[in-house]
Write a protein that binds this ligand. Structure first.
Ligand code: AMP
Length: 539
């Protein structure tokens, strides 16, 4: 058989030739909606590739940053930068500014492509970004801000594109060459860079389109909410063009109302996002009595999906929830929980219980759970231990790190604690650093949170372990409630009593206005621990 190097640009070649007139719709930062298609995206990507080579002098292996929402412009940057053999570094604008300047300097980005909304952020950081030669603003001349007084040039994206030819031959290079770079935003220590290669992205995309995984095809109108600046956009920027699905890109509009409007106006059939986005959508729909009849399913991951969210989506709006788990280090796909035949024999309640689990690994990912001594634990659905993974799209080494990210047998420690049941369905019980150990017994913070979220007045919940004189650590529940907290305290405690063993029930509940969130949409438990860490000692 022939050997042909994988190159991500072959995906766009294919989309242009076989799905050229399929729409790519973006909500624009400048206002309004931009409608284009795969053929036009392809031609503009080639213009950008010419500009990268001849105008910006980009060399093989250079790191080029993007700080942008999900739009067709951003899509063009992903493909053109990777296609010329450079590395597209997606910068998460929600990181603290110290973290942004750390990652841009660590990656040694030569250029950054920015959306208008992030120009002030980049301008503020300019004198700290040591390797930056120019900024390209992803807009047209009419909307271009005046940056003429600044120390580095700010170019207009549309002007650059119109000055370059749409004829470009993608260079051929080794498929293990890097195409993209994404930093993890660990809550401790400096962010760490994860390099994706043309090969890993391609195999990840080929896997994720499968029926057992994201089940993608050209019938779909897919609302791609997961940001292109976090966890490789779950590979959707590659898998959707691969199958010719219509792409709907929400730009900066991630609130419930904007998401609802896009689903309704574009008749979206499927989507993918983290739970906080869906809470916003469901609350908006409930408040306004609107429906989203075209949406048939959505993939949810990034944090555990509470059973109440699955229930609301399925019963109130007819949307199937597909729970998924992964991490930046895994490109990010680890497991997907799609219906299996044996579910037919389960009661509704039992099905809901299985749907709350994170799912099964697709072909290409191996998983194991181990105890503290490193011995493999049984797949019985009860034993819980540290989750290790291996696979074609799993990290080998962090960017510029001196050591491997793997143990001596080639396994990557995910830092998650999980069970795996006899059907191979994995369930995350906690992050290793978040587990609560009370009097020698483990308590799953996710289990406590999911139980609390069943109460009608609880809109968000976080359970943390805090120091306790007698038990070493006891769970403390922190809740955002739609009612006056004290009014619902007894009701919540009663519900927890029905769902959890007595020793798992938090000794106290604290009601707050909001929970602190990380740049990737997860509850920042480090902040909660530092605020409430001595709650039981002081009371
Ligand atoms: P990130 O690299 O920012 O995507 O974070 C990866 C981490 O998010 C994982 O190691 C898990 O701790 C957590 N995570 C991702 N998906 C889920 C999920 N479905 N349920 C629970 N935790 C999740």
């Amino acid at each position: 058989m022939q050997f042909k190097e994988f190159n991500i640009c072959n995906i766009l070649d294919h989309a242009a030739h076989y799905h050229g007139h399929v729409s790519v719709v973006s909500s624009c930062v400048e206002g309004g909606v931009k409608r284009t298609n795969y053929l036009e995206v392809y031609s503009r990507t080639k213009k950008l590739a010419n500009a990268l080579n001849s105008f910006l002098g980009v060399q093989h292996g250079d790191r080029i940053g993007t700080m942008a929402w999900n739009t067709s412009n951003h899509l063009e940057c992903w493909y053109a930068i990777g296609g010329v053999g450079a590395i597209c570094h997606t910068i998460n604008p929600r990181l603290f500014s110290d973290q942004i300047d750390f990652i841009v300097n660590h990656a040694e980005d030569r250029y950054i492509f920015v959306d208008l909304s992030f120009v002030p952020l980049v301008v503020d950081l300019l004198d700290r970004l040591k390797t930056l030669e120019a900024v390209i603003v992803l807009t047209d001349r009419d909307n271009m801000p005046d940056c003429s007084e600044l120390d580095v040039p700010f170019y207009c994206y549309e002007e650059i594109l119109s000055a370059h030819s749409e004829h470009f031959q993608w260079p051929v290079f080794d498929e293990t060459v890097a195409s993209s770079l994404c930093y993890t935003s660990g809550t401790t220590g400096d962010p760490k860079g994860v390099i994706y290669t043309h090969r890993s992205n391609m195999i990840h995309a080929l896997t994720s389109i499968q029926p057992e995984v994201f089940n993608l095809n050209s019938d779909h109108t897919f609302l791609m909410v997961v940001p292109m600046f976090h966890a490789n956009s779950w590979g959707l920027a590659f898998s959707l063009p691969m199958v010719g699905a219509k792409m709907v890109l929400p730009g900066a509009g991630l609130d419930g109302e904007s998401i609802a409007r896009l689903i309704q106006s574009e008749e979206c059939t499927a989507s993918a996002a983290v739970p906080t986005v869906w809470t916003g959508l469901l609350d908006y729909l409930d408040r306004t009595s609107q429906l989203i009849p075209t949406l048939t399913e959505t993939v949810i991951g990034g944090s555990a999906v509470p059973s109440t969210m699955i229930d609301r989506f399925e019963n109130d709006y007819g949307v199937d929830v597909i729970h998924a788990w992964g991490m930046t280090e895994m490109s990010p796909l680890g497991t997907v929980n799609r219906k299996q035949k044996y579910w037919d024999a389960l009661s509704k309640g039992e099905q809901l219980r299985v749907k709350c689990k994170q799912g099964r690994a697709p072909f290409g990912i191996q998983m194991k759970i181990v105890d503290d001594s490193g011995s493999m634990l049984p797949r019985d659905g009860n034993a819980s231990g540290r989750l290790f993974v291996k696979g074609h799209w799993v990290i080998d080494q962090y960017y510029k790190a001196k050591e491997s990210a793997l143990d001596s047998n080639g396994w990557f420690d995910t830092g998650d604690i999980a069970t795996i049941d006899p059907n191979g369905v994995m369930e995350i019980t906690d992050r290793f650093k978040d587990v609560i150990k009370s009097g020698g017994e483990w308590i799953s913070s996710i289990e406590v949170e999911n139980a609390a979220l069943i109460h009608a007045s609880v809109s968000a919940a976080a359970c943390i372990g805090v120091a306790h004189e007698k038990w070493e650590e006891r769970p403390l529940l922190i809740i955002v409630s739609s009612k006056d907290g004290e009014q619902s305290r007894n009701g919540i405690l009663k519900l927890l009593g029905d769902k959890l063993a007595k020793w798992q029930i938090p000794d106290d509940i604290i009601f707050v206005e909001n929970l602190p969130m990380t740049a990737t949409g997860k509850v920042d438990k480090k902040v909660l621990r530092s605020e409430f860490g001595d709650h039981y000692l002081s009371t």
